[in-house]
Write a protein that binds this ligand. Structure first.
Ligand code: SF4
Length: 430
């Protein structure tokens, strides 16, 4: 874009308007600022707009050039779809009585010539979560088919009734469409207490988790029964332990180990992946010995002093998380971090140095640049950040890392074996 878009505001009843007396700003850390016009892209398909009660948008007066509040209504932010990473947060001033915002991402958004614009960058070619790729009729047919095929399998029942038909989880919907990544939730418990946990929020918190946690411990037989046929028949197949509807899968490592050994007796196709907080490197080693192909370790920061107040770990430390990545790398496995991007924190000079160090130390293969689904004010307060310090800008940080680590892959999703073996160009639209 050649100019910044105009700011948006809502009337509090879900109606959104542009205010052409103000250009939209972005937020980095605690600061409102003017993003370079080149940062703005058209709102991608699947994006949504949120009104932010008890918050006033911050903009630049088109006449005076002054930064001021939009007093016409509540601030507005965008939820941008997977495969795109936000480079600035929505800029607003929060009233003292404002309630905490729910667990979504709040990206800067504006309006220009009949089009919504957001500050974001495309980080993924893979189409697995494109909204137009989900055919409701075929999904329902898939659910009916698999429930009939596995009548006694509690996991398939959980994936059908909760994940697919209630939460509309893209991974579960892709499973019932017989393609790509298939989820394997396995753990009702967790050994961390993440502030923004999407499967469990303490009663005293004003926000709710976006999904309920699994209530049972699946058996290895239940896992193997539906994952082997998926690996054999699905295009670009991946089966992934560690989903949003559970706790920490490493707490179930003996069952997962047994399942991996059994799966590999039936097929060597596809990738067996685990999404984890990486808390137990010795359990990770047992899974590597059994045949684990890939690990994705979630983290809000590569700095222990930012990681720990967010994850609030029980009986493990950041050093264990780093060690888990090293273990998988030593077995020749694929290593990714599920990197929660928070403009101002992620691209701060301190974080950039810590991330470079982590990449070197662990031989990291991939960064999945995920939008951080959390109320920005609540997050910074919870990790005790008053000042985020000088920052690079998300796009600039990405290009510096690309130059320094040419082998390092960027994306948003766990790669199938075809990608792990090198084909990072295709969008797997087959
Ligand atoms: S590691 Fe996952 S399940 Fe555990 S508290 Fe954090 S977000 Fe929740």
């Amino acid at each position: 874009m050649k100019q910044s878009p105009y700011i948006l505001y809502s009337d509090g009843n879900g109606n959104i308007f542009e205010d052409t007396s103000l250009l939209a700003c972005g937020r980095s850390g605690w600061d409102a600022l003017v993003p370079d016009p080149g940062e703005w892209i058209a709102l991608p398909s699947g994006g949504q707009l949120y009104e932010l009660p008890e918050r006033r948008g911050i903009g630049i007066d088109v006449k005076t050039g002054e930064m001021r509040l939009c007093e016409k209504g509540w601030a507005v932010a965008a939820f941008i779809p997977p495969a795109f990473t936000g480079t600035y947060l929505a800029a607003y001033e929060t009233f003292p009585e404002a309630v905490t915002l729910p667990l979504f991402c709040y990206t800067a958004v504006g309006w220009y010539k009949d089009q919504f614009y957001v500050t974001a960058v495309k980080t993924e070619n893979d189409i697995r979560q494109l909204p137009e790729g989900f055919d409701e009729t075929r999904i329902q047919e898939g659910v009916d088919h698999y429930l009939a095929a596995y009548p006694h399998n509690r996991l398939v029942k959980h994936l059908a009734e909760n994940c697919c038909l209630t939460y509309h989880c893209p991974a579960a919907r892709n499973y019932f469409l017989g393609r790509w990544e298939c989820p394997i939730p396995s753990s009702p418990a967790c050994n961390a207490n993440c502030i923004g946990c999407i499967s469990f929020q303490p009663e005293q918190e004003s926000i709710t988790s976006t999904q309920e946690r699994l209530l049972f411990k699946p058996t290895a037989a239940e896992i193997v029964e539906y994952t082997v046929p998926h690996l054999i028949s699905a295009p670009f197949p991946i089966v992934s332990f560690g989903q949003g509807c559970e706790g920490e899968p490493l707490l179930m490592w003996p069952t997962i180990r047994e399942a991996i050994l059994e799966i590999r007796k039936h097929t060597d196709k596809g990738s067996i992946n685990i999404n984890t907080n990486g808390s137990d490197p010795s359990a990770v080693e047992e899974l590597c010995k059994a045949g684990l192909d890939s690990i994705r370790v979630s983290m809000n920061s590569a700095r222990e002093q930012v990681y720990t107040p967010y994850y609030r770990p029980n009986n493990y430390s950041f050093a264990d998380v780093v060690q888990s990545l090293k273990v998988v790398n030593s077995y020749g496995g694929w290593t990714s971090i599920n990197y929660f991007v928070f403009p101002g924190m992620t691209d701060s000079l301190e974080e950039y140095e810590a991330l470079r160090d982590l990449i070197r130390k662990t031989g990291l293969k991939m960064i999945q640049w995920r939008n951080f689904n959390i109320d920005p004010d609540w997050y910074l307060e919870s990790v005790h950040v008053i000042e985020t310090g000088p920052s690079l800008g998300i796009r600039k940080m990405m290009s510096k890392l690309r130059k320094e680590f040419p082998q390092l892959r960027f994306g948003y999703f766990n790669p199938p074996m075809e990608r792990i073996r090198g084909d990072f160009q295709s969008d797997f639209a087959r």
